[in-house]
Design a protein around this ligand. Structure first.
Ligand code: PNS
Length: 162
């Protein structure tokens, strides 16, 4: 059977933690749609086009992964794309309540949609896009947090952006 999953997120910007989850999803499913949220309450620093381009560069070689953007409800987007499930990474207990709420809401809105949680690798437990932005803006070293091929682009974009 051909199984499609969505890895949704803000990806502002993509981190090694995201790449790890997407790579693991790509190994488990036939097709992975990385869906970048267009309108986020979080007011993204990177534009949708920038976030997509960074993801495209970082995910080169993963042939069953597509990068798209979406607006509105994830449950509706999943219905439209024929996705069977949503994959989310869980870092710590603190993620759980929000993720649980989101998963139950999506199930109510689209009963056919499953949510699958992958536990974060230990080395990425603390990692988030916000942490990367905070460090880069203060001219800190983000080498261990983002893919090497997009490191300079992220760094230059955020340097001095206080
Ligand atoms: O990377 P993030 O910011 O944690 O991703 C959050 C995301 C994009 C998965 C979530 O905000 C989302 O699905 N937004 C779309 C709106 C929606 O469907 N809301 C209802 C479910 S709570």
């Amino acid at each position: 059977m051909n199984r499609t999953v969505i890895c949704p997120g803000s990806f502002d910007p993509v981190t090694l933690g995201h790449i790890d989850i997407i790579g693991r999803a790509a190994a488990m499913f036939d097709r992975v749609i990385v869906a970048v949220l267009i309108n986020s309450a979080k007011k993204p620093v990177f534009t949708v086009d920038e976030r997509i381009r960074l993801l495209e560069k970082a995910l080169v070689g993963l042939d069953n992964v597509e990068i798209r953007s979406f607006d509105g409800l994830l449950a509706e987007y999943a219905r439209k794309t024929g996705a069977d499930a949503v994959v989310r990474g869980l870092r710590a207990v603190s993620d759980f309540e929000y993720e649980f709420q989101m998963s139950l809401t999506n199930k109510k809105l689209n009963p056919e949609l499953e949510t699958i949680f992958l536990t974060s690798r230990a080395e990425y437990m603390f990692l988030s896009s916000s942490i990367v932005k905070q460090i880069a803006v203060l001219n800190g070293d983000i080498t261990n947090f983002v893919p090497e091929c997009i490191h300079d682009e992220i760094k230059n974009r955020l340097a001095g952006n206080i």
